[in-house]
Design a protein around this ligand. Structure first.
Ligand SMILES: Cc1ncc(COP(=O)(O)O)c(C=O)c1O
Length: 404
C-alpha cells in the first residue's frame, strides 16, 4: 500500500496525538551533536536551534563526519539548473525521478522507498513509531546517539550493548537485551567507530529478534566501507527499515536528501510524524549522483587513502586508534577526551566528540589531506603537552526535553 494512503487509516485521534508529539520534538542531526560540545550552551536551546557557530578563519572542521568533496559536478549542475524552478513545489517530479532511479538500481518497488530531506527525520520518526513505554530501544554502545534521543522522547526503555572485541555489533547480546524491544538499531558501518558488522550477523538478528520488533539498519556510511547492504531483505518483505543518506559519500549534508527503505506498511507508520515537501535541489542532485557510476568508487578511494595515511601516521607515533572503514575513526588519547577536544580547538582544529562509555576516546572525521596535515601537527602538540582537566562534558550541555 502507498504509505501516504495507509496513513489515512490511522484514527484521527491517534494521528493528532502522534502529530502533536512530533511537532514538539526536535529532530537532531549529526551537526547538532557535533557542535553541542563546542559551545558553552546553558541548556538545549542552542543545540536545538544552531547546527554551527560562526567559525574563525582557517578552522579545520573534522568534527561532524562531513564530506569536504561536496556534491559531485553533475549534482552542482543539476542544482543550478533546477534552482529557477524553485518557486514551485517539485513541478517536474524530481523526487519521483529519484525514487525510480534508486528502485531500479536496488531491485525495489517504488513504494518501498520514502524520500526525506536527509535520514535524520526517518531515523527519528522510526523510533517514535516503533518504541513506546512498553516497547524498548536497543542500541550498540558506542553508536550514533540520535535514535536514543528519540527513544527517550517516547519514554522507551533504552538498552545499550557494548560492541564486540572487534568493534562489531554484538548481535546475540542485542537480540537478548530486551524481549519487549520495539527497535534494534544497527549502524553499519558504525558511527563513531567506523567498524562493520557482517551481513550474516545482521541476518541472524533479523531471524531471531523479539516478536513484534523491527531492525533499524542505518547504512549512512555503507558506501565508504566494504560492509554488505541488507537492502535485499527489504525487497524480501522482512521486518526492517534501512536508512540511507546523501550526506556522506555523496557530499550533500547541506543540500539534504535521504531515504527510509521498507515494506509499505512499515513506512506508513512514519507518516504521521512528519512529511515535509522535498527540496527539489536535494532530489535533483541525489538523482544525478546515483547515476554517476564513478562517484562511489572514486570517493571511497580518496577518503580511504586519506584515512589510511592518517592511520599510518598515528601508528608511527604510537597513538592508539580503532581501524575504521569509514570517514571517521576513534583515537584513545589516554586522557580526558574533552580536554583534548578543547586543546585542539585552541589550535583551530575542531575534532569530534567523546561517548560516555569511553571518555578518553575522541572521534575524528576524515577531512582533506591538508586538513589531516593540520590535524597531525595540532594533535602531536596537544598530546606532547601535559594533560589538563576538562571543564565540561558534552552531556552536561546536551539535555533533552521530556514529554510530560
Ligand atoms: C549514523 C547516522 N545516521 C544518520 C545520520 C543523519 O544524516 P542526515 O540527516 O544528514 O542524512 C547521520 C549523520 O551524520 C549518521 O551519522
Amino acid at each position: 500500500m502507498n504509505p501516504r494512503k495507509a496513513a489515512t487509516s490511522i484514527s484521527r485521534r491517534s494521528f493528532m496525538r502522534m502529530a502533536s508529539v512530533a511537532a514538539s520534538l526536535p529532530v537532531f542531526t549529526e551537526a547538532h551533536f557535533a557542535w553541542a560540545d563546542q559551545q558553552a550552551a546553558p541548556n538545549n536551546t542552542v543545540m536545538a536551534r544552531k547546527t554551527r557557530p560562526a567559525m574563525p578563519p582557517g578552522a579545520v572542521l573534522i568534527n561532524a563526519n562531513e564530506n569536504p568533496l561536496g556534491p559531485c559536478k553533475a549534482a552542482c549542475e543539476a542544482i543550478a539548473a533546477i534552482a529557477p524552478k524553485g518557486g514551485r513545489y517539485d513541478i517536474d517530479g524530481e523526487t519521483e525521478k529519484l525514487t525510480k532511479t534508486f528502485a531500479a538500481q536496488n531491485g525495489l518497488k517504488e513504494n518501498y522507498i520514502a524520500v526525506y530531506a536527509g535520514s535524520s527525520e526517518p531515523l527519528h520518526y522510526s523510533v517514535l513509531a516503533f518504541t513506546s513505554p512498553t516497547k524498548g530501544f536497543v542500541t550498540a554502545d558506542p553508536s550514533y546517539e540520535a535514535g536514543m534521543r528519540a527513544a527517550s522522547i517516547s519514554k522507551a526503555k533504552i538498552s545499550k550493548v557494548p560492541l564486540t572485541s572487534t568493534y562489531a555489533h554484538d548481535v546475540k547480546a542485542l537480540v537478548a537485551a530486551d524481549p519487549k524491544a520495539g527497535i534494534i538499531y544497527i549502524c553499519n558501518p558504525n558511527n563513531p567507530t567506523g567498524t562493520i558488522t557482517s551481513k550474516a550477523d545482521i541476518l541472524w538478528a533479523l531471524e531471531n529478534k523479539p516478536a513484534g520488533s523491527i531492525l533499524l539498519v542505518d547504512e549512512a556510511y555503507i558506501h565508504l566501507s566494504d560492509a554488505e547492504s541488507v537492502v535485499d531483505m527489504v525487497a524480501a518483505d522482512k521486518d526492517l527499515i534501512i536508512l540511507r543518506t546523501f550526506s556522506k559519500i555523496y557530499g550533500m549534508a547541506g543540500i539534504r536528501c535521504g531515504f527510509a527503505l521498507g515494506r509499505p506498511d512499515l513506512l506508513a507508520k512514519l507518516v504521521p510524524f512528519g512529511q515535509n515537501a522535498m527540496p527539489i535541489t536535494g532530489s535533483a542532485a541525489a538523482n544525478v549522483s546515483l547515476l554517476d557510476a564513478e562517484l562511489v568508487p572514486t570517493r571511497k578511494k580518496i577518503i580511504g587513502d586519506t584515512r589510511n595515511d592518517t592511520f599510518a601516521w598515528l601508528k608511527a607515533n604510537g597513538y592508539k586508534f580503532i581501524p575504521s572503514q569509514s570517514n571517521c575513526f576513534m583515537i584513545n588519547t589516554g586522557r580526558n577526551g574533552q580536554s583534548v577536544i578543547a586543546a585542539m580547538r585552541e589550535k583551530n582544529v575542531y575534532i569530534g566528540r567523546t561517548w560516555p562509555i569511553w571518555p578518553n576516546v575522541v572521534r575524528v572525521s576524515v577531512g582533506t589531506p591538508d586538513d589531516m596535515a593540520k590535524f597531525k601537527v595540532a594533535f602531536k602538540q596537544v598530546m606532547d603537552a601535559p594533560a589538563v582537566a576538562a571543564n565540561h562534558s558534552p552531556f552536561d550541555v546536551v539535555s533533552f526535553p521530556e514529554l510530560s
